[in-house]
Design a protein around this ligand. Structure first.
Ligand code: UDP
Length: 326
């Protein structure tokens, strides 16, 4: 019997991972404190015999009765706007939360995979980013609460591996997109699509020359599954190496949505990384993994998802919430 605990289960990535492990025939225990997650993302799983949900904050002692064979730690706010709103919880979930889950893994003799991030590279001075690059992070900037917590998470995970012999896996996730992203969490893809759907101008921060590389969620989930099943305890980058400037990305969204709005420019947030592209040589060699879904295909599916959301969702947490009611 395989039984997996997935933290952050009601979030974007967590909910897709719950779907995947239900399909793989696991018993799935989803856990979330619902600060940024949404039960709607896992509503369809609630009635399944192989799925159970625990409403719990993993920064506090984690108790799960019964056997566990695997743990995936995906609980954490993951957008720069969230880090600013809830900086302390962001720090705690990847530090105290990771410690609790490593302890649980030890007791249960479970294999644990923790979700790290390309943010461990900070504003990188090496391009594209390989796993042996140590990064360029400002510990006291607005992103420090996320970046440093994730760096601590990697350190403590490795310590449990070397000291206790725990089976650990570390995935460094680059920008990922797809259905169930929160529309108004400030991330660039839902921001642009939301603006197009509301008939607003698209906001480019800075001059739009900064780059990102966007991975479709199904590709990411496949990479994570292969890493979990592998023997690799060193960190592995999972992301799509297809790099694009934010200005060109805005043009792609304008074309996709057919919006007649224009782009407008706003100040670049503090410590916003100038470039980001994963080097996925390690994932290719060790996991035989590479992304399959092109941006064109992935964006089409994602746009359909956002377009079909109820209208009030478009304005949830949005400054023009009142408009939805008009
Ligand atoms: N960005 C933008 N307009 C927006 C939201 C974000 O130009 O409305 C930019 C942001 O400054 C960054 C990039 O898009 O350079 C990606 O931002 P996101 O918050 O999605 O992720 P991260 O910076 O963590 O990669």
């Amino acid at each position: 019997m395989k039984r997996i605990l997935i933290t952050g289960a009601a979030g974007f990535l967590g909910s897709h991972l719950c779907d995947r492990y239900i399909k793989e025939g696991f018993k799935v225990v989803g856990m979330d404190n619902l600060i940024t997650g949404d039960l709607k993302n896992i509503e369809h799983l609630m009635k399944l015999e192989n799925f159970e949900f625990h409403h719990h904050d993993v920064s506090k002692f984690v108790h799960v009765p019964g056997e566990l064979t695997h743990i995936l730690h995906f609980a954490s706010p993951a957008s720069p706007i969230d880090y600013l709103k809830i900086p302390i919880q962001t720090l705690k979930v990847s530090s105290l939360g990771t410690h609790n889950l490593l302890g649980l893994a030890l007791v249960k003799k479970a294999r644990i995979l923790v979700a790290s991030t390309s943010e461990v590279y900070g504003d990188p001075l090496v391009h594209p980013q390989t796993e042996d690059y140590w990064g360029n992070v400002n510990p006291v900037g607005p992103r420090g609460v996320y970046d440093e917590a994730k760096r601590f998470q990697e350190a403590i995970t490795m310590a449990y591996h070397t000291y206790h012999g725990l089976e650990t896996r570390i995935v460094r996730i680059f920008n990922t997109y797809g259905p169930r992203m929160r529309l108004n969490d400030g991330r660039v893809l839902p921001a642009f699509i939301g603006q197009a759907l509301r008939g607003e101008d698209l906001t480019i921060f800075g001059n739009g020359s900064q780059t990102r590389s966007f991975c479709y969620v199904d590709d990411l989930v496949e990479g994570i599954h292969r890493l979990l099943m592998s023997n690799e305890s060193q960190p592995v980058n999972i992301g799509n190496p297809s790099e694009i400037t934010i200005a060109d990305f805005a043009e792609e969204i304008i074309k996709l949505t057919g919006t007649k709005q224009k782009v407008i420019y706003k100040d670049l947030p503090v410590d916003d990384p100038k470039q980001r592209q994963p080097d996925i040589t390690r994932a290719r060699n060790i996991l035989g993994w590479e992304p399959k879904v092109t941006r064109q295909e992935g964006l089409k599916i994602t746009y359909e998802y956002f377009r079909n959301l109820p209208k009030e969702e478009l304005f949830k947490d949005h400054k023009d919430f009142a408009k939805a009611k008009a």
